[in-house]
Design a protein around this ligand. Structure first.
Ligand SMILES: Cc1cc2nc3c(=O)[nH]c(=O)nc-3n(C[C@H](O)[C@H](O)[C@H](O)COP(=O)(O)OP(=O)(O)OC[C@H]3O[C@@H](n4cnc5c(N)ncnc54)[C@H](O)[C@@H]3O)c2cc1C
Length: 256
């Protein structure tokens, strides 16, 4: 293992793992990692094929992942097993004119890899792609304090823009704040140059607006795809809105 960093605000451990098959990792894939006992599945957030490094972000939610956090905090985390990568996208990224990524909390991890893949100038071009929207919902701002993650998203947004693909990141912080319901103009504590909004996303309005805009630009041939990962209620609400607005859907469930 290359490095392990525990982030207290997010309760997330960021791992960089050196593997000899990093180049095989595709967008949205995952691997089984074990530090003790049975391996658990974690999405590959980022793949750096040139350095042979895969990045993972692991949220402490139960006994096993809390154990990972404790060892990382103490500088004692050792990876005993890596198996992967596994998984494939049920909706191919090619042939889409608009791609909407919907993440809830730590569900950002597979979507971060999709976003970076789309933005990577060295990967295959996506000739029809005109717009990418990331809607990331979180309870508090903890995840915005994971620099490697926010920097990755900001870099991808910038690279897409440089390739003339409109890229927008919308971050919805759903925990109650004084500014609920209106845009917060104070600087976000992250690398993201995006609009941070307090409150829940209105998926019906978001998907309807994306469909209308895609049809206006691309006519009847506009193709929209949604990639969704997060807690079940958010996945359900966004999937219903996505399918009502002609989106094909790939969803990733973090059930174990
Ligand atoms: C494809 C995929 C990708 C994922 N990517 C990420 C990611 O990027 N980041 C992230 O933070 N999380 C991710 N997850 C979720 C992550 O795998 C779980 O949160 C984690 O394994 C559960 O941690 P825990 O500490 O609760 O585990 P445990 O302490 O092991 O407990 C988890 C629950 O599973 C039960 N359980 C334990 N062992 C088994 C077993 N062998 N079979 C069935 N049930 C068992 C336990 O009783 C408990 O209810 C992903 C999950 C999947 C399926």
């Amino acid at each position: 293992m290359q490095s392990a960093t525990y982030n207290d605000a997010a309760d997330v451990t960021t791992l960089e793992v050196a593997v000899n098959n990093a180049a095989d990792a595709g967008p949205g894939q995952y691997a089984f990692l074990s530090f003790s006992g049975i391996g658990h599945p974690f999405s590959i957030s980022h793949s750096d094929a040139s350095r042979g490094i895969l990045t993972f972000h692991i949220k402490a939610v139960g006994p096993y992942t809390r154990g990972i956090a404790k060892l990382a905090r103490e500088g004692k985390l050792t990876l005993s097993l890596f198996i992967g990568p596994y998984g494939s996208l049920t909706v191919p990224l090619d042939n889409c004119s608009t791609i909407i990524l919907v993440a809830g909390g730590i569900g950002i991890t597979p979507l971060a890899s999709i976003l970076s893949f789309l933005a990577d100038p060295s990967t295959k071009r996506h000739p029809l792609l005109r717009r990418v929207l990331l809607v990331w919902t979180m309870r508090g701002r903890g995840l915005l304090q994971v620099p490697k993650l926010t920097q990755q998203l900001a870099d991808a947004q910038h690279q897409l823009g440089a390739a003339c693909i409109q890229a927008e990141v919308q971050i919805f912080v759903t925990g109650r704040t004084k500014t609920e319901g209106r845009e917060m103009t104070t600087e976000a504590p992250s690398a993201l140059s995006s609009c941070e909004i307090s409150g829940r996303p209105d998926f019906d309005s978001i998907f309807a607006a994306e469909k209308d805009a895609a049809i206006e630009k691309g006519g009847k041939n506009a193709t929209l795809a949604a990639y969704i990962c997060g807690p079940p209620p958010m996945m359900k609400a966004s999937s219903v809105a996505a399918s009502a607005n002609n989106c094909v859907i790939h969803s990733e469930v973090f059930g174990f």
